[in-house]
Design a protein around this ligand. Structure first.
Ligand code: PEP
Ligand code: MN
Length: 354
């Protein structure tokens, strides 16, 4: 449930409500919004619900106690009506600007990474991607450079000033990845690795949670809730395609998820058309589509010589391809960015939230 405080509630009253929740063995999460503070009550409430509700309603400073209609609480728009903006170094994700995460599928060598980041960051990318620990379908495929790859990524950040995102595959890797990277990526195969979600929830770094290729939107948001419930609210979601009966593309890109997730949550949404399609020539049209439906950013794989890549060779863009895609999506973003504010307001009005 949510406790909605009165607009003029004092800090002592807010603390009184939090104290009551803590005394019940539950956890209060506060959203100090522009108009009023809302406190989510998180934990196993069980049969205490009605009694707790009455006690909270009678507590000084409380305007109302409302039920949360969704199973995810902290990531829901109901709890946090304003968009969340994630700031990392000089980049802001979710503030209406277009975030472009680009770099190779895998960090293969220092030279390969530096050549790529020099190009992409001078042609519009503002976040550097690159896998150091790689989740590969075959144990015989290149598994990534590991910590050596992380060191090159950190060097790429020093060189360009752009934050770095890289995948963390296991809870016991979180500390080392967080030491070198600015954003922790949770891959599609790990979306429901609950101990990894909790470990990332305890890390002091923003997290990008990719949608499981077989996950519903609700399962995806529940996974995000794990991270938030462990204390980390700096979460961005990434739609990267889901598995359907279609075999012409690597996955099926669910673009509906972008406006839908914006409607249901306050978290920024990134789209990865590289893993969604698995085909280089499909990346640009799907990147255009992603920006058109209101994605806060895209993540794409770029390699100086894609045909020589040690992983995902067929889907990595070459430099010309990246430049051409950037040109297209920059234009689309300029057209649509103001439109989406109107669309969100219309959706909110329809829900009776406006
Ligand atoms: C990646 O982005 O490096 C990756 C492995 O993607 P996904 O988890 O979406 O397959
Ligand atoms: Mn890849």
């Amino acid at each position: 449930m949510f406790v909605v405080m009165r607009a003029e509630a004092t800090e002592a009253e807010v603390n009184g409500v939090k104290g009551l929740i803590l005394a019940e063995g539950l956890t209060p999460f506060e959203n100090a919004g522009a108009a009023r503070t809302v406190i989510a009550v998180v934990g196993e409430i069980g049969r205490r619900r009605e009694q707790l509700r009455s006690r909270l309603e009678a507590t000084p400073g409380v305007a109302a106690v409302t039920a949360i209609s969704k199973p995810y609480k902290l990531v829901s728009r109901e709890f946090h009506p304003e968009n969340s903006v994630i700031r990392v170094l000089d980049t802001a994700v979710g503030d209406g600007s277009l975030t472009v995460m680009a770099g190779p599928c895998s960090v293969e060598s220092r030279d390969q990474l530096m050549e790529t980041v020099d190009f992409v960051t001078t042609h519009g990318a503002n976040v550097i991607r690159g896998g150091a620990f790689k989740p590969r379908t075959s144990p015989y495929s290149f598994q990534g450079l590991g910590v050596e790859g992380l060191r090159y990524l950190a060097e790429a950040r020093e060189r360009t000033g752009c934050p770095v995102i890289t995948e963390v595959m296991e809870p016991n890797q979180v500390d080392i990845v967080a030491e070198y990277a600015d954003i922790l990526q949770i891959g599609t195969r790990n979306m429901q690795n609950f101990s990894l979600l909790l470990a990332c929830g305890r890390a002091g770094r923003p997290v990008m949670l990719k949608r499981g290729f077989g996950a519903t939107i609700e399962e995806w948001l529940m996974a995000a809730e794990y991270i938030a419930s462990a204390g980390n609210s700096q979460i961005m979601l990434c739609e990267r395609g889901i598995r359907t009966f279609e075999t012409s593309t690597r996955n099926t890109l669910d673009l509906t998820a972008v406006p839908l997730v914006h409607h249901l949550t306050h978290l920024p949404v990134i789209v990865d058309p590289s893993h969604a399609t698995g085909k280089r020539w499909l990346v640009k049209p799907l990147a255009i589509g992603s920006v058109a439906v209101g994605a806060d950013g895209i993540m794409v794989e770029v390699h100086p010589r894609p045909d020589e890549a040690l992983s995902d060779a067929e889907q990595q863009l070459d430099f010309d391809g990246f430049e051409s895609m950037m040109h297209a999506i920059t234009g689309v973003h300029a057209h649509v960015r103001d439109l989406h504010g109107d669309l969100n307001a219309a959706a909110a009005a329809e829900d009776g939230r406006a």
